[in-house]
Design a binder for this molecule. Structure first.
Ligand SMILES: Nc1ncnc2c1ncn2[C@@H]1O[C@H](COP(=O)(O)OP(=O)(O)O)[C@@H](O)[C@H]1O
Ligand SMILES: [Mg+2]
Length: 336
């Protein structure tokens, strides 16, 4: 049994909105899952469903509203929920500084996440300095060179500014910066979405190589399944702030249990043409509801082709429908 590195329990993150009563934008709602050391957990869902907020909340770049985050056996944050879903009592929260080193993030848009006034050497050096990871100027410079070469850049690139690089090279800089502090766990937040299609595979390969060489653990966020299916051991699917399904990658793709996952999959071209013939494209009715006023019961019920009256009243828990295969649907497991 693999060692658990991260556990998230009933995590919620809301953003208060001025002049609006209630919790505000409920970006992450009651999300629970674990990540084992060395694995890649893929996380997919449409734009706005809360993937980035979940990733940032786990790292406490956003302070959680409620729930629990346990990392390497230590509770990083815990706050209970009382009546009517409001957070109750005081939050228990550790000082994140030592964990900032162990947990890092790679951003979606490399050009926006690199300071244009700093050279690449300064950007990577800053990460080294914050955590006092080099003793003296020469070892610091040597570490910067080593990191640049690790991610496939040249040591002379340390003197250049971000604008002198292509998008793919900028993302390599972002990866080098994240690796500078020798992390264990990386949130990869759509690391290739902003890149040219022709270089996306190179960056994915680099991340896979780094994982093998350095024993890294990834939460790999993407807005569709085509990328994560190949690199993830398990995949979670989010809809309107909730985790609606979680299973091994092959299992999720061959036997999706949640109607929303079935819709997502119907939009992905199948590598096997025989499979695509039997899998008809499902077109969803209606718009995604606002996370400011999510529907009662199952968040997907207003658009769900299989909804029954109970779906409007009951919030379906994420339950283990088959061994290792979880779905938050009252109907999952019953015949279609
Ligand atoms: N800092 C913030 N303040 C207010 N609302 C936010 C903030 N960040 C994200 N949101 C809202 O939370 C929801 C989820 O956003 P996000 O996590 O960025 O989704 P995704 O990464 O899946 O596209 C969206 O409705 C978004 O508008
Ligand atoms: Mg995002």
């Amino acid at each position: 049994m693999a060692e658990e590195l991260l556990r998230v329990e009933r995590l919620c993150k809301s953003f208060p909105v001025k002049g609006v009563r209630g919790p505000g934008v409920q970006a992450v709602r009651d999300v629970s899952f674990t990540v084992c050391r060395g694995e890649t957990l893929g996380l997919v869902g449409e734009s706005g469903c809360g993937k980035t907020t979940l990733g940032r909340t786990i790292l406490r770049l956003h302070e959680p509203t409620s729930g629990r985050i346990v990392y390497g056996g230590t509770t990083l944050f815990a706050r209970e929920v009382g009546e009517e879903g409001r957070p109750k009592g005081k939050a228990q929260a550790v000082d994140m500084l030592p964990y900032r080193r162990r947990m890092q993030i790679i951003f979606q848009d490399p050009s926006a996440s690199l300071d244009p006034r700093m050279t690449v050497g300064e950007i990577i050096g800053e990460a080294i300095d914050i955590h006092h990871l080099a003793s003296g100027r020469e070892s610091r410079a040597a570490r910067i060179r080593e990191l640049l070469e690790l991610v496939g850049l040249r040591k002379e690139d340390a003197e250049r500014y971000p604008h002198a690089f292509s998008g793919g090279q900028q993302q390599r800089v972002g990866i080098a910066r994240a690796l500078a502090v020798e992390p264990e766990f990386l949130v990869c937040d759509e690391p290739i979405s902003a890149l040219d299609v022709s270089i996306q595979a190179q960056v994915v390969n680099l991340l896979e190589d780094m994982q093998r060489e350095l024993g890294l653990t990834y939460l790999f966020i993407a807005h569709d399944l085509s990328v994560v299916r190949h690199i993830s051991r398990r995949i979670g699917v989010m809809y309107l702030g909730s985790l609606v399904e979680l299973a091994g990658s092959g299992e999720l793709i061959q036997k999706p249990l949640h109607p929303y996952t079935q819709v997502l999959l119907s939009a992905v071209p199948a590598p096997d043409p025989r499979a695509s013939r039997s899998r008809r494209r499902i077109v969803l009715q209606g718009e995604i509801p606002s996370p400011l006023r999510p529907p009662s019961g199952c968040p997907f019920h207003p658009r769900c082709p299989r909804a029954v009256p109970a779906c409007e009243r009951t919030v379906p828990p994420l339950r283990e429908v088959e061994p290792g295969h979880f779905a938050a649907c009252l109907q999952a497991g019953s015949a279609p």
